[in-house]
Design a protein around this ligand. Sequence first.
Ligand SMILES: NC(=O)c1ccc[n+]([C@@H]2O[C@H](COP(=O)([O-])OP(=O)(O)OC[C@H]3O[C@@H](n4cnc5c(N)ncnc54)[C@H](OP(=O)(O)O)[C@@H]3O)[C@@H](O)[C@H]2O)c1
Length: 427
Amino acid sequence: MIQWFNHPKDELLRDLALPATGTPVSSVAAQNLSLAVALRGTGRVSPNPLVGAVLVDGSHRFIAAAAHEKVGEPHAEANILRELRDSGKLDALRGGRMYVTLEPCAHEGRTPACARSLAGLGLKEVIYGMTDPNPLVSGKGAGILAGAGVHAVNASTSPEYLSWSAACADLASVFLHNISTGRLFTGLKIASSLDGVVAFQGDRRVWITNERARAYGHWLRMVYDAVAVGAGTVLADHPRLNVRHPFIADPVMTRTPRRVVFDPDARALEYALGSKSMPLVTEEPEKTIWLVADRKWIEPAEARGIKVVVVPVRDLPEAGARSRAFIWDEVDGVLQGLGVRSLLLEGGPGVYSMALGNPDPRTRPQLNRLHLFQAPVILGGLSPAGAKALRWNSAASTQQMIRQDRVQLFQLDGDWGVEIPFRDPLS
Ligand SMILES: NC(=O)c1ccc[n+]([C@@H]2O[C@H](COP(=O)([O-])OP(=O)(O)OC[C@H]3O[C@@H](n4cnc5c(N)ncnc54)[C@H](OP(=O)(O)O)[C@@H]3O)[C@@H](O)[C@H]2O)c1
């Protein structure tokens, strides 16, 4: 069974252990390994996709596994070839079979074309999880392999590999979305109680979900290029928005993501600039991107090393108390211009309602994925006047809640995580 859909991905990476050379591995084990090994590139390959590859010999014994680990560095297949070349074992490819999560590339770029490097080495079969989404090269890598006598199998058209193929597409979902729409991939993370409480008003500090669920939130900060919060969260929580993962300590992976603040009136920015203890200003300020509506903030903030970007806002009379919001196409363009391809909306309730309960499509992000963490507790009754609950209250959310395929559900020490991919593009 493919592990991908019902396992927390940080555990897949933690538990990744390559079999000893020569150990027999089943086809499904090789498929699972290709996905897990690909996670080694988490947070470092953008704007490329994560890719993993596994090589077995003609008797299906393990030879090697590798990932595309960093943008600009070799692809997964090239890393396997290098390993074999360095150890003088290129012959091991003869009659062997490679599982690779994405069709081997056909274009010479920063690295030589993988399909060409693999062709002619005696491989019997290359099974690839999905075709290259770039229409200019899609199918060409498979063509090069087939031309060299290698049996090239597209997993998405082979019943026995369909589940793996779906997982491979999920692994590459940011890249697929970027290529097919030219837009930012946008995720929304929510931690809530069973009764939908997401925050308390006033000074009350309550963790709704448990430590393990919060650790998974830190994993998501590795996965996305940038994380975003609203002005209210900055003022209430003074968040650091960095990565503090309890069992993944690789300093490259635990890099601080770009940190984005939605703050049209600059009320949080004004406070932050006057404060000596606001982490978004005092810790790695160059990672912070503050979105405001008035250019007068650019100078004072940039003097502190923070990037300030002016984004036009739109009045939203139909939204009630909140009367205006950023035009989402502008947010998308600004962030992509700064090299951000994926954005995780972390909260709080104001950001959620802009994303889920906002009837104006021009100011509503097109969500690609919901990450929902829930604790089996009922909190509203503890503080009926002061709890902020999640509201999915408009035509937008009704559309978004159309039943989705490929929901991922996993346990987090008694809490649970649900990851829901929205159909792409969502209208
Ligand atoms: N349970 C969770 O998962 C979770 C996650 C994060 C935070 N929280 C909690 O949430 C509480 C804060 O709630 P909140 O509703 O005040 O916070 P918020 O969502 O962080 O901030 C709301 C404000 O951000 C700005 N904003 C948000 N989306 C915008 C958009 N699309 N365009 C323009 N401006 C936008 C607006 O600022 P203006 O009003 O200035 O226009 C809005 O009022 C805190 O207690 C925090 O602990 C909970």
